[in-house]
Design a binder for this molecule. Structure first.
Ligand code: R5P
Length: 326
């Protein structure tokens, strides 16, 4: 990254704003870029209506709004949309919304009669609210990119996680995809780590899950169970049980988004695993922390990509030294 962020570029000077969804991460991104977060007021009236006001002019500038859409999901979504509206009405040159975790990714198809495709609705709302571009991390399903009519950069945090795991120098370890929907990405992850792949076949019954089969050999081996996100933890609990039943040795859990909806924190504490490896795409409150939780920061990745988007240079180059993530 060069140090010319204060200078005018084709879209004006860079301006960084943060919603309230992931303020610590936004601070870290601001430090990485050496660009201060611009002032704003965010408040809620007695009737719960959200109010956003910018403290400075952004006319003709290149604006980035950082807001994750984890719990409280619907508040954070609405705050992001209202913030985008406030930005748009202040006449910047361009607005990029940076959403480390994009909610509603699991509602990406009409797989039952009379259900919505909420991921599409959210993409439309982000666009209508005023975003010209978006940056996000590890979408639940890649086809969600097609729900946006504005350009975007969908990044992955898995290189950070594989870099962390590589340093452990695990011998003859196996990557297990906790969910068949994540099998292809788990295969890429296994290839990056030069490990073999196993799969847990899972069938979801209402809100509970039931693991049915483990395909692959994990007997006497260390295993890394991967998924895009950990929500209530049911999928991971099932995968751990399957791995234990099939004779796995040390077990590591690895996922990009620590949603940690109840009772995930309690489930994780009770699990016989070596480490739980994730990112700060979603803030983890103190009551959900635990010593085995290892959190890789996505701030340098997002900061670097924000700079590259601002400067009009390649984002793909960020992943060039990883074979599978380009
Ligand atoms: C599902 O399709 C996702 O990839 C994850 O497996 C799921 O979100 C995990 O949910 P939970 O932790 O509640 O089992």
């Amino acid at each position: 990254m060069n140090n010319k962020l204060g200078e005018s570029h084709m879209h004006g000077k860079i301006k960084l704003f943060s919603g309230t969804g992931c303020e610590a991460l936004a601070d870290e991104i601001s430090r990485y870029l050496n660009v201060p977060l611009s002032g704003r007021t965010i408040s809620q009236f007695a009737n719960e209506n959200i109010f956003v006001q910018l403290h400075e002019s952004i006319r003709g500038q290149d604006v980035f709004l950082i807001q994750t859409t984890s719990s409280p999901v619907n508040y954070n979504v609405m705050e992001m949309l209202i913030f985008l509206d406030a930005l748009r009405r202040a006449s910047p040159d361009r607005i990029t919304v940076v959403v480390p975790y994009l909610a509603y990714g699991r509602s990406d198809k009409k797989d039952q009669p009379r259900v919505p495709i909420t991921a599409r609705l959210l993409a439309d709302m982000i666009t209508i609210a005023g975003a010209d571009r978006y940056i996000t991390l590890d979408l639940h399903a890649d086809q969600i990119q097609g729900f946006f009519s504005i350009p975007g950069d969908v990044l992955t945090a898995f290189p950070l996680l594989s870099d962390y795991l590589r340093k452990k120098e695990l011998q003859d370890a196996v990557v297990i995809a906790a969910d068949l929907g994540f099998a292809k990405k788990a295969r890429d992850f296994a290839e990056e780590l030069n490990m073999r792949l196993a799969l847990v076949e899972k069938r979801r019954v209402a809100v509970n899950t039931e693991a049915l089969t483990l395909v692959g050999d994990v007997e006497g081996k260390d295993v890394i169970i991967v998924d895009d996100e950990l929500d209530t933890g049911g999928t991971m609990v099932n995968a751990v049980e399957m791995a234990r039943k099939h004779g796995a040795r040390d077990i590591y859990l690895c996922f990009a988004h620590p949603i940690l909806s109840p009772p995930a924190a309690e489930r994780l504490r009770a699990l016989d695993v070596k480490e739980v490896i994730t990112t700060n795409s979603v803030p983890i409150p103190p009551e959900k922390q635990q010593p085995r939780l290892k959190v890789a920061s996505v701030a340098p990745l997002l900061g670097e990509v924000i700079w590259r988007v601002h400067d009009g240079c390649s984002v793909g180059e960020v992943f060039d030294h990883y074979h599978k993530y380009r």
